[in-house]
Design a protein around this ligand. Structure first.
Ligand code: ADP
Length: 300
């Protein structure tokens, strides 16, 4: 029996891709797709040629997060063409293939695995510096497939996105264990929604002040800040939302012997950027999340 022709085809396709990074999470809703999207924007901003592959077949949010809702995939004799955000950032997702985004995708494992295989075999990425793969949450069939399909051509490793609380971290341990079992290096863990951080000037009492509904005290505080330290108004007020008294992801990383990449705060502006399909690095709005994400990307 010769080599599996599908794996040979995948290896040929992936021969033009330098680095492959999987983005994983133990649970849904922790910000895995947001991170994948912003990581791709960040790498593209550094002039790398980037591909973002969304294999979260049941919940493809990547098209929206990159401002590509309603776009179609085109086919050429080279294969399926990704949808391009910019000339150096291409995206592929099942979201582009669904006639109605509100419709549930109810597929069993083999069909999902078939599509993942097809994505890897038939998408014409051309030369890529990075292929970022946004995986579904958990460790299911699709994860085993993507690892198996990619391993023949090498995976750089996985980034695991989590939240600070124990309930989220328990599942991250499973992700780390999965990576160890299948031989995928853990590039590191990102603690997302780690504290709510907002510039002071977004806080309600400042808005009240502008509307003339202030009290004497807030007026005095603001006046003082305006005069003595106007930059203070951009200062960040942080408060914890999710419990991290267990030490959060950093402690877990030490225990499990995997790198901790950093924390990204819960930033209303980041959520807005994701809703609008924008990069959080492009405008100066994501004051707290963008620098944190940039730091993480620098570590990769
Ligand atoms: P997952 O891919 O893990 O299911 P998503 O990336 O879809 O999670 O994120 C879930 C929701 O939380 C989205 O609306 C997203 O915009 C928002 N979100 C994710 N990370 C942050 C953050 N750091 N600050 C604010 N909102 C965030």
């Amino acid at each position: 029996k010769g080599p599996d022709p599908d794996l040979v085809a995948i290896a040929e396709r992936m021969a033009t891709v330098k680095h492959k990074i999987l983005v994983l999470s133990g649970k849904g809703g922790v910000g895995k797709s947001t991170f994948s999207a912003q990581l791709s924007f960040a790498l593209a901003a550094k002039d790398f040629q980037v591909g973002l592959l969304d294999i979260d077949i049941c919940g493809p949010s990547i098209p929206k997060m990159l401002g590509l809702e309603g776009q179609d995939i085109h086919q050429s004799n080279l294969g399926w063409s990704p949808v391009y955000v910019e000339s150096n950032l291409g995206v592929m997702s099942i979201g582009f293939m669904l006639p109605n985004p509100d419709e549930a995708v109810i597929w069993r494992g083999p069909r999902k695995n078939g599509l993942i295989k097809q994505f890897l075999k038939d998408v014409y990425w051309g030369e890529l510096d990075f292929l970022v793969v946004d995986a579904p949450p958990g460790t299911s069939d699709e994860h085993i497939s993507i690892v198996q399909f990619l391993q023949a051509t090498g995976i750089d490793g996985a980034i695991i996105v989590t939240m600070p609380q124990q309930v989220s971290l328990i599942d991250v341990r499973k992700e780390v264990s999965f990576c160890k079992k299948v031989g995928v290096p853990v590039l590191g863990v990102v603690e997302n929604m780690s504290g709510l951080c907002q510039p002071l000037k977004d806080f309600k009492f400042l808005k009240m002040m502008e509307n003339g509904e202030h009290t004497d005290l807030t007026e005095k505080v603001i006046e003082y800040m305006r005069e003595k330290a106007p930059e203070m108004l951009d200062l960040i007020a942080a408060s914890e939302v999710f419990d991290s008294s267990g030490g959060g992801a950093a402690k877990m990383c030490t225990e499990m012997g995997v790198p901790f990449l950093g924390k990204v705060p819960l930033d209303p502006q980041l959520c807005k950027a994701a809703e609008e399909g924008k990069s959080c690095f492009a405008e100066q709005k994501c004051l707290t999340s963008a620098p944190a994400l940039k730091n993480i990307v620098e570590k990769l």
